[in-house]
Design a protein around this ligand. Structure first.
Ligand code: ADP
Length: 204
């Protein structure tokens, strides 16, 4: 282990259901620790907004609340990992399936990097619904665009997809000894402090 603070970094996965606050916490880690956020949701929305062929293909799937194919999201992450010499990645919304978790492991190995922590943010389901519906209402009131999947119907599917396909990753990473859990129901700064402590101690 190096003690050189300039070269110390950590690659971290943020795990948890839609609306749990992964994006908010990832942003704080970017600001405070200079880490690089890799949000597959943001990448897919960018593809959609750019009008690319892939963007057109995923738009409907995303609006419904279903998962996009493993192949597409793994391709997006591969591009980011192989096309940059940055380290200190925060994987936000990826991996979301066991196949994606396996692909990430292989990609990190290929690029000579390690996975240093998997942080699960935990909240009650009722809070998720309130947060997401609230987020949509706030955006609407402020005259901002509302995400096509921030509605009660799509949210139900997003939550179902999470429990069916993504939550098995909790056991998967727990078995590897990599999982740490943080209560996601406190205030934002308190949660950020918990995450910051985990990241700091996971640095290699
Ligand atoms: P949230 O976590 O709030 O549901 P995201 O912005 O992470 O939102 O994702 C929005 C949508 O993008 C998902 O519902 C899904 O359709 C698609 N998506 C994002 N990441 C992935 C992924 N890793 N695998 C498959 N689909 C994804």
């Amino acid at each position: 282990m190096t003690t050189d603070t300039l070269t110390r970094t950590a690659n971290v996965i943020l795990l948890g259901p839609p609306g749990v606050g992964k994006g908010t916490q990832a942003q704080i880690l970017v600001e405070n620790r200079g880490m690089v956020q890799l949000s597959t949701g943001d990448m897919l929305r960018e593809a959609k907004d750019s009008g690319s062929e892939m963007g057109k293909r995923v738009a409907e799937v995303m609006a419904r609340g279903d998962l996009v194919t493993d192949e597409i999201v793994i391709g997006l992450i591969e591009e980011k990992l192989t096309g940059s010499d940055a380290a200190g990645f925060i994987f936000d919304g990826f991996p979301r399936t066991l196949a994606q978790a396996d692909a990430l492991e292989a990609l990190l190995k290929k690029t000579g990097q390690s996975l240093d922590a998997v942080i699960e943010l935990q909240v009650d389901d009722e809070i998720l619904v309130d947060r997401i519906v609230g987020r949509a209402e706030q955006a609407k009131a402020a005259g901002q665009p509302v995400r096509a999947d921030d509605n009660a119907e799509s949210l139900k599917i997003r939550l179902m997809e999470y429990y069916k396909k993504t939550s098995p990753l909790i056991g998967y990473y727990h078995a590897k000894g990599a999982l740490q859990s943080v209560n996601g129901m406190g205030d934002i700064d308190e949660i950020a402090q918990g995450l910051n402590d985990i990241v700091a101690s996971a640095m290699t």
